[in-house]
Design a protein around this ligand. Structure first.
Ligand SMILES: N[C@@H](CCC(=O)N[C@@H](CS)C(=O)NCC(=O)O)C(=O)O
Ligand SMILES: *[C@@H]1O[C@H](CO)[C@@H](O)[C@H](O)[C@H]1NC(C)=O
Ligand SMILES: *[C@@H]1O[C@H](CO)[C@@H](O)[C@H](O)[C@H]1NC(C)=O
Length: 391
């Protein structure tokens, strides 16, 4: 009994961290939830022994900017992305980088899919997180010693090229941050050896607008002024009910919480279907960052969320409208290269043993194959063609 508890407590705290880390910034309910759950670290913890208030260093929210004298100017080959294939927020930075043709301008390291202990030599420290490939490492099991064995490296996942960090936690620690949640994506400055930003919604805006000089698609604006209002409007319901809605279903710990989340998700799914049957993209006739944000969740929906997060009231493959919408985006130049469904599945199904003790990965419907078939979205709007996304 005691041993079971010992095993469970770190898992429960891991789960709480996960829920918090995936909470939306704008959703009121989740902000409340996050406040409750981050009680471990409040302003009171920032009081020094003498009663002084020592504010913790702010989260990493710097901007790469073209402006004269900027600390982070948009130089070619200066910046790096640390990402995970599974993480939807990291994925949107990869898609934006691809669509803006910045593959030769911003380098990338992809961490391993399955979370591992980040301080394996410290028996008191149970934190699990993103780890770099270790070509000499031994295969491992999940964090309760079951499942796997998972290889310690894959081709395409590499050790940390700059700091020699073993995991993402060490990247944060090496730039002086012992405080945070150790999240991806990270936009890293190779020159100043520091983190520029760890907030994907801001990273994608920088990639969209600050690298025109080295971008192969400088004229393509993924956040055009005339659609900004429409983007904010759709993001405001898509984010809490779809992007984060799937997590609210998956990490619910009461029937009541799940029932509320699945109802919101189902209604938003139907609303999307309706919207996209009349309109080519979520914010209007032009493809925007809001579509990238939606796509990363729809891509994971049938293979992961329907099963793992119990979002089984709907499926993308049963919705011709949403399936065709996903096909169009998947087929945009460079996007398919950013999709690694094997690692998406391996991460989710194997990183939270409390949801899937033995880390068995379900076979799934073969969703990615469906995305390679022709789409019918040209029939929806003519104006969208002008944007020349189809090459
Ligand atoms: N708001 C952040 C969220 C990033 C985030 O939550 N990443 C997750 C993976 S999808 C993570 O790295 N979690 C690590 C942890 O919770 O310890 C963004 O959009 O960049
Ligand atoms: C980013 O870094 C800050 C500072 O350590 C941390 O508090 C935060 O949890 C990290 N992740 C996100 C998504 O902000
Ligand atoms: C880069 O190009 C986009 C699209 O034409 C434009 O909206 C944006 O303002 C440009 N950025 C800069 C810094 O000039």
């Amino acid at each position: 009994m005691l041993t079971t508890l010992h095993l469970l407590l770190p898992l429960i705290s891991l789960m709480l961290r996960q829920v918090v880390s995936l909470s939306p910034i704008r959703n009121k309910n989740s902000v409340q939830a996050a406040t409750e759950m981050t009680a471990v670290r409040t302003a009171l913890d920032e009081m020094g022994a003498d009663g002084s208030f020592n504010r913790k260093e702010a989260a990493w929210r710097n901007w790469i900017s073209n402006e004269e004298g900027a600390r982070f100017p948009p130089e070619k080959d200066r910046y790096h992305l640390y990402v995970a294939n599974a993480c939807p927020w990291a994925h949107r930075t990869l898609i934006t980088r691809a669509i803006k043709g910045l593959q030769d301008v911003i380098s990338v390291t992809i961490v391993m899919p399955v979370w591992q202990r980040t301080k394996p030599d410290d028996p008191e420290d149970h934190h699990c997180g993103w780890t770099f490939a270790d070509p000499e490492g031994k295969p491992f099991a999940n964090s309760i010693g079951l499942g796997g064995p998972f290889p310690a490296s894959y081709p395409g996942n590499e050790p940390d090229p700059f700091l020699g960090a073993k995991n993402i936690r060490e990247v944060y620690e090496k730039v002086g941050d012992k405080d945070g949640k150790y999240t991806v994506p990270i936009l890293f400055d190779k020159k100043l050896k520091t983190i520029v930003s760890n907030e994907s919604s801001e990273i994608v805006q920088m990639l969209n607008s600050e690298f025109n000089e080295s971008s192969s698609a400088p004229e393509l604006n993924l956040a055009p002024d005339e659609l900004k209002e429409a983007m904010d409007e759709v993001d405001a319901w898509i984010y809490p009910n779809i992007n984060n809605g799937v997590y609210r279903c998956g990490f619910a710990k009461s029937q009541q919480a799940y029932d509320g989340a699945i109802e919101d998700l189902t209604a938003a799914f139907d609303r999307l279907e309706e919207l996209l049957s009349k309109q080519r993209y979520v914010a209007g006739d032009l493809f925007t960052l809001s579509d990238i944000r939606l796509f990363v969740t729809l891509l994971r929906f049938d293979e992961v969320y329907v099963v793992y997060f119990k979002t089984n009231t709907r499926a993308v493959m049963n919705s011709p409208t949403l399936l065709n919408y996903c096909r169009e985006i998947y087929q945009m130049p460079g996007v398919a290269d950013t999709v690694n469904m094997a690692q998406i599945k391996e991460h989710y199904y194997c990183s939270h043993p409390d949801l899937n003790k033995f880390s068995i990965i379900p076979k799934g419907p073969g969703f990615e194959k469906l995305l390679k078939e022709p789409h019918d979205r040209d029939t929806i709007s003519q104006q969208a063609k002008k944007q020349k996304l189809d090459g």
